[in-house]
Design a binder for this molecule. Structure first.
Ligand code: HSE
Length: 436
């Protein structure tokens, strides 16, 4: 059979890994796909560096449109990143009848609906396994392996950088800024780490998972996003004493009122497997009504792990390239005319448990005032610890865990509590999930 010709846009870390995996495993890949798959054209602005990787084995250009429009190309891999030029090039490739493989989660979270509609119209595939959790085949699991299930919820550690920072803070008792600097030195965190540490990268990935789980359009703008920058060593240590770990989780859940879509630091029971995922690793817990909880773990980034997902997509597309477009796996797991308009809930409508840390004056009646306000907001206390004051100090930390409560009731109660004259400063609030 005629080999599949691939055009690669961007031969950086993941592109270089993709080149390497396709070369290294060419024979195995051909045995699986039924025909050879080779990168025959590469576009990259850094021509000399690209030449150093591909030699004379592929046609090199600095003009990506030479690749997206080349008659001899079957599949275009987009590894440029971002939502600007990458969007234009993906749409250009689709318009020219190319199948697309992309690792670009931001692009799909923001423009996925437009891109899938264009692909649908043109009868081409857009594959994106590498966009979520790098080498972990989570898209495949959710879209195909679990297709018998009504998915109930997903909770994932889907940003390795922030998981590395949280692991180091806990292990070494260091503060956020110190560990971030260390992560940057090791190359785990970008010079501008905003997307990773503010939860934006995780929210991009969660938006994709949520769409696949519930058959809804991509709705990144409705995701609630809170990062790890305000977490303190004290909260991590107090959580530990109570039997919990703090993880940055992406959570999406089906409820009677709508769909929850939220990324935030979360207390998780330390005995859960997912609570023990450390360093830059990723893990995603999916709960289906038939199968129950399933857990997927692996490298969420890096050259070869991400290339593993890109090349798996190339094999998938190759296998289906001659199939009738109506009989391929739908982009968002559900048939395009079966997407649902179930609403995504604002964070105020979310129900979860909470960890509160308050600094209070150590005198009679303080706790009574606090518990009265919580009771008025229908917020039930599950556990409470008062920390010993430091020598000569008149203020103490109180840590409270609650049962499930409505976030907007919690907002209102915390406002009232912060107004008490016996409460010093702001209350720290971290959500808590039992993940049962
Ligand atoms: N920056 C991401 C992370 C990897 O830290 O997990 C790419 O999505």
């Amino acid at each position: 059979m005629k080999p599949i010709n691939v055009g690669l846009l961007g031969i950086g870390t993941v592109g270089g890994g993709t080149w390497e995996v396709l070369r290294r495993n060419a024979h195995e890949i051909q045995r699986r796909a039924g025909r050879a798959i080779g990168i025959t054209r590469v576009a990259d602005k850094a021509l000399a560096r690209a030449r150093g990787i591909v030699g004379a084995k592929a046609k090199l250009t600095a003009d990506a449109r030479e690749v997206t429009r080349a008659k001899d190309i079957d599949i275009v891999i987009e590894l440029i990143g971002g939502t600007g030029i990458a969007r234009e090039l993906v749409l250009d490739a689709i318009a020219h009848g190319k199948h697309v493989v992309t690792a670009n989660k931001a692009l799909l979270a923001h423009h996925g609906n437009e891109i899938f509609a264009a692909a649908q119209k043109k009868g081409v595939m857009v594959a994106f396994e590498a966009a979520v959790a790098g080498g972990v085949p989570i898209i495949k699991a959710l879209r195909e392996g679990l297709s018998a299930n009504r998915i109930e919820w997903i909770a994932g550690i889907i940003n390795g950088t922030s998981n590395f920072i949280l692991s180091e803070m806990r292990d070494k008792g260091l503060d956020f800024a110190t560990v971030l600097a260390e992560a940057q030195r090791l190359g785990y965190a970008e010079a501008d780490p905003t997307f990773d540490v503010e939860g934006v990268d995780a929210a991009h990935k969660l938006t994709i998972l949520s769409a696949l789980a519930f058959g809804i359009p991509m709705q990144f703008k409705k995701a609630y996003t809170e990062g790890i920058t305000r977490l303190t060593r004290a909260d991590i240590a107090y959580a530990e004493e109570l039997g919990y770990r703090i993880k940055l989780l992406g959570i999406t859940k089906r409820t009677a009122k709508g769909i929850e879509l939220r990324v935030h630091p979360t207390l998780v029971p330390a005995r859960r497997l997912i609570a023990n995922v450390e360093g830059v690793m990723n893990a995603i817990l999916i709960n289906g009504d038939a199968v129950g909880p399933t857990l997927y773990y692996g490298a969420g980034a890096g050259s070869l792990p991400t290339a593993s997902a890109v090349v798996a997509d190339l094999v998938d597309v190759t296998r289906l390239i001659t199939a009738d477009p109506g009989h391929r796996v739908p982009h968002l797991a559900f048939q395009p005319d079966q997407l649902s308009d179930t609403k995504v809930l604002p964070i105020g409508e979310v129900e979860t448990s909470y960890y509160f840390r308050l600094r209070v004056l150590d005198r009679p009646g303080v706790l009574a005032d606090i518990t009265r306000i919580l009771a008025q907001g229908s917020i039930s206390i599950d556990a409470m610890v008062q920390k010993e004051p430091g020598a000569g100090q008149k203020q103490v930390d109180i840590v409270l865990l609650t049962h499930r409560a409505l976030e907007k009731n919690v907002d209102a109660a915390l406002k009232k509590i912060e107004k008490l004259r016996t409460v010093v400063g702001k209350v720290t609030r971290i959500r808590l999930e039992e993940l049962l």
